[in-house]
Design a protein around this ligand. Structure first.
Ligand code: NAD
Ligand code: IPM
Ligand code: MN
Length: 367
């Protein structure tokens, strides 16, 4: 029997609601597999700031250091609520980015996946979707403009100014490109390199490093695409993409667009992998507009659990079962309101989690 310690950071907004569903699933996974999960709930995000004055309190840091994996809900406050907190201490700058930096979780896997049977959830026409959407966006997560030098002040003319740097060194670029190539090698052997080398010097260096890495992966075909063009291509012909690799800010934007072509951000789980530690979170935010209503789609959170089972705990077969269970719930016509169309049976966050648990419990246990 293996014991895994999970640091659970439910966070703000819909975070606690969808985390509750993740825990239901973990409790069942424990019953079906020779594993025990010790889950520690920790304060993180806006809620932690209001409790302690720190969005990433020391006690949370120490518990995350010790945990085998971190499962995060969502953080962030509404535009108006955010103003109650000094900029540097807001949940994004005060908790999430420090979490990423602390564990150098440089490789962010954001699957954009919609099987053909669920194509009706997408706003794209069926002829555009074809056999479904199955893209792995790999986003560099600890570099770029997010973590570059920043300065704010008043210039000689008395005007307020900012100076914000997009910084990468070649090692940071190389390690994420390698993840891109390895992932492409394990899938369809096509890697879309998304960049903006017609303007950004950072992309010129990125592409130079890519040329150096590529010879180690001669079995992988590289296709280059400018990021603006990629935004259009995701809408008009998503089927051309399999693995896409890109820098931090491009990945932030295009992955939310990924949620758009699926039909909801609630379909976007993710895994954030570092050299020694990984954390798992939905790609989306705390959805203040629907928080507290028990209507958020917990797929992204439960999908993040599936990624954790596979990537941190080696429970590959159970992870597959969990993906299948999620699909079964939708295929039976049940969905949360974000995806509901005529004919769908709208259910709550909690009811969706219960249905996933029911579907998983009917599947053969892993050997
Ligand atoms: P958001 O992702 O929270 O919401 C965008 C839209 O998608 C909203 O209409 C929301 O209701 C919907 N949505 C998102 N997740 C959903 C789900 N699971 N089910 C159903 N609908 C869902 O983006 P936002 O409103 O721009 O940001 C809100 C806050 O979240 C901000 O403070 C932002 O900084 C923060 N944020 C945090 C994370 C994170 O924790 N990793 C990611 C993105 C944004
Ligand atoms: C995400 C979010 C974060 C980001 C914010 C909340 C800092 O949008 O995880 O995509 O920009 O990386
Ligand atoms: Mn984002």
């Amino acid at each position: 029997m293996k014991t895994y310690h999970i640091a659970a950071l439910a966070g703000d907004g819909i975070g606690p609601e969808i985390m509750a569903e993740a825990k239901k699933v973990l409790a069942l996974v424990e019953l079906r597999n020779p594993v025990k999960f010790v889950i520690e709930d920790l304060s993180f995000g806006g809620v932690a700031y209001f409790e302690t004055g720190d969005a990433f309190p020391e006690a949370t840091k120490l518990a995350c250091d010790k945990a085998d994996a971190i499962l995060k809900g969502t953080i962030g406050l509404s535009h108006e609520e955010s103003k109650k907190i000094p900029v540097e201490k807001q949940p994004e700058r005060g908790a999430l980015l420090p979490l990423r930096a602390r564990y150098q979780t440089f490789a962010n896997f954001r699957p954009v996946y919609l099987p053909k049977e669920l194509a009706h959830f997408s706003p794209l026409r069926p002829e555009i979707i074809g056999d479904g959407i199955d893209i792995m966006i790999i986003r560099e997560l600890v570099g770029g403009v997010y973590f570059g030098r920043k300065e704010r002040g008043v210039n000689k003319l008395g005007k307020r100014f900012v100076d914000e740097h997009l910084e990468y060194d070649e090692d940071q670029i190389r390690r994420i490109l390698k993840v891109g190539f390895e992932t492409a090698r394990s899938r369809k052997k096509v890697l879309h390199n998304i960049h903006k080398s017609n303007v950004l010097l950072s992309s010129v260096l990125w592409n130079e490093v890519l040329e150096e890495v590529a010879p180690q992966y001669r079995d992988v075909t590289v296709k280059h695409m400018l990021v603006d063009s990629a935004a259009t291509a995701l809408c008009l012909n998503p089927g051309q993409f399999d693995v896409m690799v890109m820098e931090n800010l491009f990945g932030d934007i295009l992955s939310d667009q990924g949620g758009g072509i699926l039909g909801s951000l609630g379909l976007m789980p993710s895994a954030c992998m570092g050299p020694d530690k990984a954390y798992y979170e939905p790609s989306h935010g705390s959805a203040p507009d629907i928080a507290g209503k028990n209507i958020a789609n917990p797929y992204s959170m439960i999908g993040s659990v599936a990624m954790m089972l596979e990537m941190s705990f080696g429970l590959k077969e159970e992870a597959k079962n969990l993906w299948a269970a999620l699909k079964t719930v939708f295929a039976s016509g049940f969905t949360t309101p974000d995806l509901a169309r005529g004919g769908d049976k709208q259910i709550s966050t909690g009811a969706f989690g219960d249905k996933v648990v029911e579907a998983l419990s009917k599947m053969p246990k892993p050997e």
